[in-house]
Design a protein around this ligand. Sequence first.
Ligand SMILES: [Zn+2]
Length: 124
Amino acid sequence: MDLGYEKAFQPVYKEYFIHSFRHMTNEYIQSRLKDLGFKLKVIGEDEQTGQCPCCFHYSIDFGEDGFCDICPVCFWENGGNEPNHMSLEEAQKNFKNFGAMSKSYLQFIDPEGGKKYKKEHYTK
Ligand SMILES: [Zn+2]
């Protein structure tokens, strides 16, 4: 297989790769790599991934690092009701009804977001 880049650039590509696929599931990364012609098995877990309290996807940084992170799936800002100008309950209802925490943010969400990040019901 031709990797298409010089060995000297491998650390740069690695950093870019890690940043680009941050928090995404191994299955999604694998499918994207397959599209690019790389048949690789992606293993391991991203321990720095936190769960969005609005849409329940694992799409933000874990713990305090995730404070003020904006979820690419629903556009909720992880910082409570104030920065979002609505309650979490209202945002959850909006996400369920039309796919973003607010209709005005539909244009900013990642349309593939639901496929990229693991989701499970919030248990906190
Ligand atoms: Zn979210």
